[in-house]
Design a protein around this ligand. Sequence first.
Ligand code: ZN
Length: 345
Amino acid sequence: MKAIAKTRPEPGLEIISVPEPTLKPGHVLLRVERGSVCGTDLHIFNWDGWSQGRIHPPRIIGHEFCGTIVEVAADVTERKVGDFVASESHIIDPQSSMYLSGLGHVDRTTTILGVDVDGGFAPYAVIPVLNARPVPASVPKSVASMLDALGNAVHTVMDGPVEGRTILITGLGPIGLFSVAICRALGARKIIGTEISPYRIALAEQLGIDIVLNPAKQNVSEELAQIAPNGVDATLEMSGHPSSIPLAIRHTAAAGRLSLLGVFANFLDQVDLNEVIFKGLQLHGIVGRKMWETWDQMEWLLTEKGLDVTPVVTHEYPWDEIEPAMQILRQGQAGKIVLDFTHTV
Ligand code: ZN
C-alpha cells in the first residue's frame, strides 16, 4: 500500500510504498477513512528542532484519524470487526499505575501514534485496541477524524465550571475554535477570544464567540478591563504566546482558573507569580485527554448537547494532496484540513 511518510531528515513528506501492516496481539487493523492534519504534522513536515529530536525516519505520520475495524487480534474482545472508531494518539501501557489510577494522560511511558511509532495516514493502520475509540453513528466522519484534537479542547474547557461563566480564550487556532463551540454548548455567559488572524476571527464568529480582541489592532488589556472589570472566571490559554500569561494573570478573577494548553517555544521570564498567589488563582497544565473521562464528555457533548464543530472543517482533500494541504496550513488559511483515505492513490 501507499502511505504518507517522513522518509528523510529534511523538510517535506512523501507518499511511499510500504508493506501492509500486520496484526499483533492487543491490536486491531483499521481501514482508515479520514485523517485530520494537525499542527504536529506541520512541525514534522517543516522538520523543525522538535521533530529533528523526536522523529526517526522512515515514519508513517498521522495521529488524528478514523476508520472501520477490519480485523482484530485473537486476544482482542473489546472491539469487533465493523466497529467505526477514532484514534486516541497516546499509547499507554494499560498495566501502568498511572493509567490504572486515571492519570494515563500524564503517564511518562506515553508514546504517540505517527510520532514515535507509525501512524494512520495510510489506507490501513494497526493500532492498540485501547487507542481505537468507538464513535457514535451521528458524528460526521470528518469530525470523527479529529476527535483526538477536539478532546484536547474538551479537556481544557471542562477543567473547571463553564455554565454561566465568562471565559477568555487566548488564541483561536483549531483547538481555540473548538473551545468556543464547547463553551457555547455548555452555556457560558460570555466568551471572549484573542486572535490576530482575520480568517480565524471569522470562524470564531461563526461558532458563536461574543467578542474577539485583536492584539494587532487593540490594547487587549485595556479592552478586557472594560469588558470584565472584575476579571473573567477562566482563561483557556491556547496560543503559546508569551504575552498571554501576564494578560491571563491580570484579567482572571480572584480564585479563577488558568487552564494552559498552548506550548511555549521559550521560557517566560516576566510573570508576576505574586499576583497568582494573592489572587488565589489556579494554574493547571493540560495535556492530552483523560482516559477515558474526556472521551465520555466529548461523546455527551456531541450526542446530547448539540456540539457542532463542522464549521472548523474548512478543507477536505483526497489524501495524495498532502502537499497543498500543508501549504495552506502553513499560511494559516485553514481551520482543520481533512484527508480522504478512501480515495485510491
Ligand atoms: Zn493532533
